[in-house]
Design a protein around this ligand. Structure first.
Ligand code: PHE
Length: 346
């Protein structure tokens, strides 16, 4: 019996696994009904009384060793299994996360803001839902101006059939932010106003009812048309390249006098004429002008002391020219095949 006990003790000591089924098998073989220890206990009944004490102690020690071994193996197996689920198989190749990227409109918007930032312009913001006063009246739009028509502007609330300063509408340009800036701040003023604007237009490859504008306003003493021209030339060169030229064509806006439309030399053909510039060598990019004295007066700024200029451009149009995109609707469709083309830009 002595040798059986010490043999079993050896086996218990040497046994090792972290497999739960194997541990259970070991338990059954040792302490199960037909197990080795159970058989020894049976044998123990027939041991001579004078040896009972000695063997009893040895059997007890064996039993403790078996139970301790099972317990230790179970704990180790559990710990190693839960580690498996936490870390996984560290030898497997990693799966790369797909990173998103900036929208092309945001890329161009940020670049424009940065260029004007270098000229001392700060960014101003304002609401998309506006009243007639901030979008039209304070900007010298006469009451019968067509922009005040439902055909051109999305109205949310109209006071009556007559235009009213209290009409609520979706802003048609971010010039409304310029009005809000003049209300808040005394000159000198130098702000850039980016934002979404809304116009009641049929959607096509070159027009959308929602688009983005960036407008600018500079008011100080002795601001001249020459300052406007030089600022826009610097801007065009920064955005489209050092060799870019600009030209100004006379135009009309209710809030500027004189007003001009600005073209840049076509960056695709270098001014020789191509399909994008329709053979003219020039591309229209923005509207601008000297702030009309009526606008200064409407906003409590003395036109005898101050003068200023304003300009405004559509971000989609600039982005189309910069990236050679021919259909403006692509910017709003969120097709990742289109958007991923701009991953590495800027
Ligand atoms: N607000 C004009 C528009 O939306 C653009 C503009 C701004 C023109 C400032 C001149 C001066 O078309």
């Amino acid at each position: 019996m002595n040798t059986k006990i010490s043999e079993l003790l050896d086996r218990v000591e040497q046994f090792s696994t972290n497999n739960a089924a194997e541990i259970e098998d070991f338990r059954v073989k040792m302490v199960g009904k037909k197990g080795k220890l159970t058989a020894l206990m049976e044998e123990f009944k027939g041991v001579a009384p004078e040896l009972k004490r000695e063997y009893g102690q040895k059997l007890n020690a064996l039993k403790q060793a078996i139970l301790a071994k099972i317990e230790a193996l179970r704990e180790a197996a559990e710990a190693s299994n839960s580690n498996d689920t936490k870390i996984g198989d560290t030898s497997r190749p990693g799966s790369a996360e797909q990173l998103g990227s900036r929208h092309p409109i945001s890329l161009v918007k940020n670049e424009i803001i940065e260029i004007f930032g270098r000229m001392g312009y700060t960014v101003a913001d304002g609401p998309e839902i506006e009243d007639d006063h901030h979008v039209f009246s304070a900007l010298n739009f006469p009451p019968e101006h067509p922009a005040r028509d439902m055909q051109d502007t999305f109205f949310i609330e109209k006071q009556s059939s007559e235009p009213s300063e209290k009409d609520i509408l979706l802003r048609t340009h971010t010039s409304s932010i310029q009005v809000r800036t003049m209300e808040r701040q005394k000159p000198p003023i130098r702000v850039i106003c980016p934002g979404r604007v809304f116009r009641n237009e049929a959607i096509s490859y070159r027009a959308h009812c929602i688009f983005h504008q960036i407008e600018g306003l500079y008011i100080d003493k002795n601001v001249s048309f020459a300052d406007l021209k030089q600022s826009l030339l610097y801007f065009a060169k920064e955005l489209f390249g050092e060799s870019t030229q600009i030209r100004m064509r006379p135009s009309y806006f209710p809030f500027t006098e004189p007003s001009a439309e600005v073209d840049v030399s076509c960056n695709l053909c270098g001014g020789k004429g191509c399909p994008v510039c329709k053979g003219t060598g020039w591309l229209e990019i923005l509207g601008c002008g000297m702030v009309d004295p009526n606008v200064l007066i409407a906003n409590n700024i003395d036109p005898n002391e101050y003068s200023g200029f304003a300009f405004g451009m559509g971000v989609e149009r600039i982005a189309m020219l910069k990236f050679g995109v021919k259909d403006l609707r692509l910017y709003f469709e969120n097709d990742v095949r289109f958007l991923h083309q701009f991953d590495s830009v800027l």
